[in-house]
Design a protein around this ligand. Structure first.
Ligand code: HEM
Length: 531
């Protein structure tokens, strides 16, 4: 036989062999899925645009909504049209969208180990800034990291620093116009949370509310803000983000990392961390004990410690700023709720500085926070990837009551924005801000209310966050006799790492008539000035 004939014959046989192997593998996979589907009695979920087989139209439609600033309302329209659970495709990737509390509880609690939070979803976003941080981890690595947060955040009373809160509040208050002119409180809340969280996380406050902020700290803050903005942008762009320049992003990551590493090295150089605050130049803003000190009890690795600190700077700043900005926006536009909240604060706390127990006992304030996060959740949606073949308990079949097959690698996008505004969960007035509804609801056990998520991966900082925010709102309402809206612009979606209002929190404030830098009102005691 001719040499080429032998070669072609050999190649053709190898090709056929390979083709047969692929076919056999596909058949086996199909069989296994069929058995799995039969066992769990799954039925297909309703499919969005079945003709969009590559999921290109879906990407274009989502991009359009994001640009218009209506993607969250667009998501609700789809849930109303297709049901609380439906399937779709995004650039060939199968995705199940759900706002059904039964499915959300299943993914977050019951079948927690069937789903990954980071792999393929957000690890590529977090890796450049916190490669070893908890947000980039799954499985056993995540479990180990999580233990530390659980230990540190389990006793909120021990970690909330009320003196620090007061110092930072005073700095915020100094920037509020006292002549009743409208101003935007949203960027000030962001700066407040930058100051509180940096002091809490690494023992050094970045002074972003102070006029004498150092150039180095300002550079750090600008870089941190840029990093988070880029992460949020790339998260929404998906695979398209690889085509954009990352030069500034990487430079900002390195500025942020070096700043934190320097602080860690200084701390490590001092044998007893607590003695350090005396020898530091930041005496005015340093705190006694911080999260970094806790981390240093278990590790001396600068990179590991840096990622632990940066995780809090990513998780704990914009989220609480979002809660505070939205709560104040809503209170300034719902005068009756504001009056009721102020009355409850003055009744329980008076004009004294609030103690931890005071803050914990303010029931109506908790209703206001619950209702704020129900209507405008700081994390309005989230995603998981199936790490094995699994299922959702509901969403399949014509009435959506059958279970749904979830193939390994498929993505679940679950929407608190959708479940929090579901009329079946919260009644016909689900879209309105009514704190009183919480008199008869139990936030911890209420299916479908998931501002902090549920289960093993729920926010470890939730109680701490609520205490930080409570302190600020109490002090605001003790200081100002009235907080009014400063414009008529409506709330408008702004999707970053956390949800915020594109139109800001524009308000006007009325101080108590005899206010003089300390809280003071007719017939009420005066708060001691905190230095
Ligand atoms: C109102 C404020 C906050 C909200 C609404 C919020 C919400 C959330 C949510 C929904 C998650 C889960 C993310 C996911 O599973 O994909 C989360 C995780 C996390 N949060 Fe918060 N958070 C807030 C404040 C804070 C604060 C103040 C801290 C710490 C200072 C913090 C630390 C964390 C950490 C470390 C995680 C990762 C947990 C893990 O992956 O196991 N959060 N948060």
């Amino acid at each position: 036989m001719h040499m080429y004939t032998v070669l072609y014959f050999g190649l053709a046989t190898a090709g056929l062999h390979y083709f047969a192997l692929v076919l056999a593998e596909k058949y086996q996979r199909w069989q296994a899925l069929r058995v799995f589907a039969k066992h769990h009695k799954t039925k297909p979920a309703r499919r969005e645009n079945p003709w969009d087989v590559l999921g290109i139209y879906k990407v274009v439609a989502m991009a359009r909504l994001v640009i218009k600033g209506t993607s969250l309302d667009g998501a609700i329209d789809l849930f109303q049209r297709l049901g609380r659970t439906y399937s779709s495709k995004i650039l060939t990737q199968p995705v199940l969208f759900t706002c059904d509390p039964r499915n959300m509880r299943h993914v977050l609690i019951t079948a927690f180990t069937d789903f990954d939070s980071s792999r393929g979803i957000r690890d590529h976003l977090f890796r450049p800034i916190t490669p070893h941080g908890i947000f980039a981890l799954d499985g056993n690595e995540w479990k180990t990291a999580r233990r530390l947060y659980r230990d540190h955040f389990s006793r909120t009373r021990d970690i909330v620093d009320l003196d620090l809160q007061e110092r930072c509040f005073r700095n915020l208050e100094a920037l509020i116009p006292s002549d009743n002119t409208p101003f935007d409180l949203q960027p000030l809340f962001l700066r407040l949370m930058l100051d509180l969280t940096t002091a809490f996380a690494m023992g050094v406050c970045v002074d972003s509310l102070r006029p004498d902020q150092s150039v180095e700290k300002k550079r750090f803050v600008d870089a941190l803000i840029h990093v988070k903005k880029t992460m949020a942008r790339d998260g929404f762009l998906g695979p398209v983000h690889v085509f954009l320049s990352k030069k500034e992003f990487h430079a900002s990551c390195s500025t942020v990392q070096h700043f934190v590493e320097d602080i860690i090295r200084q701390k490590l150089a001092v044998s007893r961390p607590k003695d350090k605050s005396d020898s530091q130049e930041d005496v005015a803003t340093a705190v006694e004990s911080c999260f970094l000190d806790k981390l240093m009890e278990g590790s001396g690795d600068v990179i590991e410690l840096r990622d632990g600190v940066l995780t809090l700077l990513i998780a704990g700043i914009d989220s609480v700023a979002s809660l505070l900005s939205t709560a104040t926006f809503l209170l300034s536009r719902h005068q009756a709720a504001q009056d009721k909240l102020r009355a409850s604060i003055l009744d329980k706390v008076g004009y004294e500085l609030p103690s931890f127990n005071d803050l914990r006992g303010l029931a109506y304030l908790r209703y206001v926070f619950n209702e704020t996060m129900r209507v405008y959740p700081p994390v309005p949606f989230n995603a998981r990837t199936a790490n094995q073949d699994t299922y959702l308990p509901v969403g399949g079949g014509p009435d959506g009551e059958d279970s749904v097959l979830v193939e390994k690698g498929a993505r679940i996008v679950f929407s608190s924005w959708g479940s929090h505004r579901d009329l079946d969960n919260f009644g016909r007035d689900a879209h309105e801000f009514i704190p009183e509804r919480w008199e008869n609801l139990q936030a911890d056990t209420l299916a479908g209310f998931i501002p902090f998520n549920l289960g093993p991966r729920a926010c470890p900082g939730q109680n701490f966050a609520l205490m930080e925010a409570s302190y600020v709102v109490v002090r605001l309402l003790q200081t100002f006799s009235r907080i009014e809206k400063g414009d008529d612009k409506p709330w408008k979606e702004n999707l970053g790492l956390n949800l915020s209002n594109k139109n800001g929190t524009v308000i006007k404030v009325v101080r108590y008539p005899d206010h003089s830098g300390v809280v003071k009102a007719n017939g009420h005691p005066v708060i001691e000035k905190v230095v």
